[in-house]
Design a protein around this ligand. Structure first.
Ligand code: ZN
Length: 150
């Protein structure tokens, strides 16, 4: 993901990154909106549940500590987000992000005519971007059967 896009998310959701520092987002720009929505959702949830014991407290001053996001990456054509602490709801939100990413072009963010390539590299890519990317075009591609319709 482009540095300025990464910075936008880190600046918007700083508490996810304050303990471990900014991380690299190892996915393409097409998934920016999914990340923005899901990070926003988790952020709000954490803000609203500051007194829950699930997030732990800092040892020094017993203040609430947000979970840190340790990794954001593309893996087998879908989006993966790792945190150092979570609960069932956070894991559910992350699962939604992965689900959405499998139907969203990782290059441009389109949700129409999206499909996935088959090994050795799995890309989630729309028909338009597939034509533009030589390394993607040569791979076998099957349309997603579970499309979004705008
Ligand atoms: Zn595309």
């Amino acid at each position: 993901m482009k540095k300025e896009k990464q910075k936008e998310l880190i600046d918007k959701y700083p508490k996810f990154f304050e303990r471990i520092g900014p991380i690299g987002f190892h996915c393409r720009d097409g998934w920016f909106n999914i990340l923005d929505e899901i990070l926003g959702c988790i952020y709000k949830y954490c803000e609203d549940n500051k007194h829950s014991p699930i997030y732990g407290k800092s040892i020094i001053d017993n203040e609430f500590v947000f979970p840190s996001i340790t990794t954001i990456k593309e893996k087998f054509g879908s989006l993966d987000i790792y945190t150092d602490s979570s609960d069932e709801l956070i894991r559910g939100m992350i699962a939604v992000a992965s689900y959405l990413s499998r139907k969203t072009c990782e290059f441009c963010g389109r949700k129409i005519n999206v499909g996935r390539t088959h090994g050795p590299w799995i890309y989630t890519v729309c028909e338009v971007c597939r034509e533009k990317e030589p390394r993607v075009k040569e791979l076998e591609w099957t349309p997603s059967t579970d499309q979004y319709f705008d």
